[in-house]
Design a protein. Structure first.
Lengths: 419, 308
């Protein structure tokens, strides 16, 4: 078969060679022609590349960007940290930031952030997760919000009002069912879709319905799960009914995440939760409506996802790194790079800008930044994103399997959160 | 160092220095040094460090703290690890049996030199030249229900009516992975067995035939006993490799569905790189290593006994 020396042993052994130690703080001039290194994950590659290209064009300092596949990002960061080979700057999925911060991977940038004139306008949920014990470690890099997209052409063909999207989760289910019943006979069109075997997809698309109903999914400390009670269980039930009736796309139960956003642009789905960053990537001739995610009976919310960025604790060029980071949240970068490309802005004071009025859907998405939430938990990744984590099992039992197991599996989530 | 004088053939000669300093031996040490250095740096040193890590709480950055035996004690509470041990053993048994039968069948098919046999030998061996990670990704694409070509072909041929959930249920996920591993490794194992088969002298077969032995008797009385050491080598490689299975599950099934295909190395990897529990992962590695060493000792003993 595949004879190898014990993989794990070698892997871990290599890690240990240079593990441990603190962070370097050698100062360097901010515009000295230095080259700093930056890592980002593929999911937010487009935004990072645009920012880096614009910065490199107008500055003496240069940023060398490395894009790493999203699924491998966390292990790569862990291995690099263990070997003290982190880049000067690295972005991270905002929900992983508390864990990275508690592991000491980011440099304390409290004083630098406090010196920014617009510090109070930086996306609040990203700033909250980048703060530990009153000290700041990261700033917002990209924002990715979950919203409902509906296909106006399919709505029209199904006899629904193409200009009226769902305003409650129950209405979402009714509209999806109508599309499926009217157009789904040949199996090419489905009412809705979600990533049924993807923990991150569940939290991104289901939790806003709980927040919209005025409830929470965890306690404020991120140590106790509230996913075994209403309104979470009501939300599960609505999606379960959609699956049982065959309203969801054929591979919903197996979808592991990489392709969950791929069906809507093909015109195969009536209405489904989608990441806001995909709006600019939709086919030009496709008529798409955007609505905030609602609770079972109304309300509106969103999962404020995306990336935060910070200076690594081992960077030898923190000043040059900060010169780049502070530029990415400047008026120039936010308006001329981010807003121009229909991206959600990292600053709330710039949400009305010269580009935003061109598309009312972008205005809607920008307006949700203040209404949405980013859940906090130090052990978020291993609990909710990891395919072997306890959350995915709970969600799958609740939607496809034995819903009676939910309380017992919720206890497993508590255990993971409290590790 | 002591130097003694001895009398050989009536002449006093200076005897050699102690064994480790003799010219030939010193040269031997010199020849072995590069390999010894590589093994020392890349295997022994990491091994010792992993052992030390497993006795500490080991953060990504910062000082390690001695906490033995906490990392080992918590292994028993880790239900994912315990389940993964059972799953890995089940996988190892299934794959070893199937792989042995398949590889032996293939080797017997292409054993004799006949026209065209070279083509089949190459065809059977070719999947072995694809990296396992690449092969896993290839199967993921081929069997994918959304864009893979296998489902439409099966439906066009009228073999299936609806998409087959190749990795949608625990049994199917295991079945598909076994198919992947058989495809990838049967040719390589065939090659190992083929070398063993070809080492059996033709005269032995001729003698058996002239004694009136039929094909089945030749296979059971001649081929199998003489092939035993080669089969043993294949078994060791197969069992060790299967217990260390990672790529095929990590890439192809991602441990799913519902954690039904999580191997031991996947849990170790998860502990280290998703939970950042480097000490716990090191403890898991040490346990796995101990299991492997014990298993190999038993295997070697059984084999040697049979060889005698």
């Amino acid at each position: 078969m595949h004879p190898r020396t014990p993989v794990a042993v070698a892997l871990l052994g290599a890690l240990t060679l240079t593990a441990c130690g603190g962070g370097g703080t050698a100062a360097g001039p901010a515009a000295s022609g230095a080259t700093i290194t930056m890592w980002t994950r593929a999911a937010t590659q487009a935004q990072s590349e645009r920012l880096v290209a614009a910065y490199n064009k107008g500055h003496r300092n240069q940023v060398k960007l490395t894009v790493i596949p999203t699924d491998n990002y966390q292990p790569r960061i862990a291995a690099a940290a263990g070997a003290k080979q982190l880049p000067d700057v690295f972005a991270a999925d905002v929900i992983f930031v508390p864990n990275y911060t508690s592991q000491g991977l980011f440099l304390d940038i409290t004083d630098r952030v406090d010196a920014l004139p617009y510090k109070d306008s930086l996306a609040p949920s990203h700033m909250k997760l980048g703060t530990m014990e009153g000290r700041r470690y990261t700033i917002p890099h990209t924002l990715d919000l979950s919203v409902w997209f509906w296909n106006k052409d399919l709505y029209e063909k199904a006899g629904l009002d193409p200009e009226k999207g769902p305003s409650t989760l129950k209405e979402f289910a009714r509209q999806a069912t109508t599309v499926d019943e009217k157009l789904g006979k040949d199996g090419k069109v489905s009412g809705t879709f979600f990533g049924g075997n993807c923990g991150g997809c569940y939290v991104f698309t289901f939790w806003p319905s709980v927040w919209a109903a005025g409830a929470q999914v965890m306690n404020a400390e991120g140590t106790t799960s509230l996913n075994d009670r209403p309104p979470m269980t009501d939300v599960f039930k609505i999606y379960r009914d959609l699956y049982d009736k065959g309203v969801t796309g054929g591979t919903t139960k197996e979808e592991q995440g990489p392709t969950w956003t791929g069906f809507f642009p093909k015109g195969q789905i009536g209405v489904m939760p989608m990441p806001s960053t995909t709006l600019g990537l939709m086919p030009k001739d496709m008529k798409i409506g955007v609505a905030p995610i609602a609770g079972p009976d109304g309300g509106e919310s969103t999962f404020v996802g995306g990336d935060s960025v910070g200076i690594s604790a081992t960077s030898k060029q923190p000043d040059a790194a900060w010169d780049f980071l502070s530029w990415t949240v400047s008026d120039e970068a936010q308006v001329e790079v981010m807003a121009k490309n229909k991206d959600v802005l990292a600053r709330t004071d710039l949400s009305s800008n010269k580009y935003s009025s061109e598309d009312p859907r972008v205005v809607l998405i920008n307006s949700l930044v203040g209404k949405g939430q980013t859940p906090y938990a130090a052990r978020f990744g291993q609990t909710f994103n990891d395919p072997q984590g306890p959350w995915l099992r709970l969600a799958r039992e609740a939607v496809f399997g034995d819903a009676a197991k939910v309380p017992q599996l919720n206890a497993e989530i508590d255990k993971s959160l409290q590790q | 160092m002591t130097v003694t004088l001895t009398r050989i053939g009536g002449r006093r000669v200076r005897s050699a220095p102690p064994p480790w300093w003799r010219g030939r031996n010193a040269l031997g040490w010199l020849y072995a040094a590069p390999t010894a250095l590589i093994v020392g740096v890349l295997f022994v040193a990491p091994l010792v460090l992993v052992g030390w890590m497993s006795l500490n709480r080991w953060p990504l950055l910062g000082q390690a703290r001695f906490n033995a035996p906490a990392n080992y004690a918590k292994i028993a509470d880790n239900t994912l690890f315990v389940d993964s041990v059972l799953f890995t053993l089940k996988y190892t048994v299934i794959i070893t049996v199937l792989l042995s039968v398949f590889a032996l069948g293939l080797a017997l098919l292409v054993q004799e030199r006949r026209p065209g046999v070279g083509f089949f030998r190459t065809a059977f061996f070719l999947p072995g030249s694809v990296g396992l990670a690449t092969a896993a990704l290839l199967f993921y694409g081929m069997l994918n229900n959304d864009f893979g070509p296998i489902d439409p072909i099966l439906r066009a041929l009228g073999i299936t009516d609806e998409p087959v959930k190749w990795i949608g249920t625990p049994d199917m996920a295991l079945f598909s992975t076994i198919a992947l591993v058989l495809w990838r490794f049967a040719g390589f194992n065939m090659l190992i067995l083929l070398t063993g088969l070809q080492a059996i002298p033709v005269e032995v077969y001729e003698a058996a035939r002239s004694d009136g032995a039929n094909r089945w008797q030749i296979f059971t009385r001649i081929t199998m006993p003489l092939l035993r050491p080669t089969i043993a080598l294949m078994l060791i490689l197969s069992i060790t490799g299967s217990l260390l299975a990672f790529d095929q599950f990590f890439i192809f099934t991602n441990g799913g569905p519902d954690n039904s295909t999580v191997s031991m190395v996947m849990v170790i990897y998860r502990d280290a790189f998703f939970r950042f529990d480097l000490g716990g992962a090191a403890a898991g590695s040490v346990v796995l290593l101990a299991g492997l060493v014990a298993l190999n000792v038993v295997q070697m003993r059984v084999l040697r006994k049979r060889e005698r």
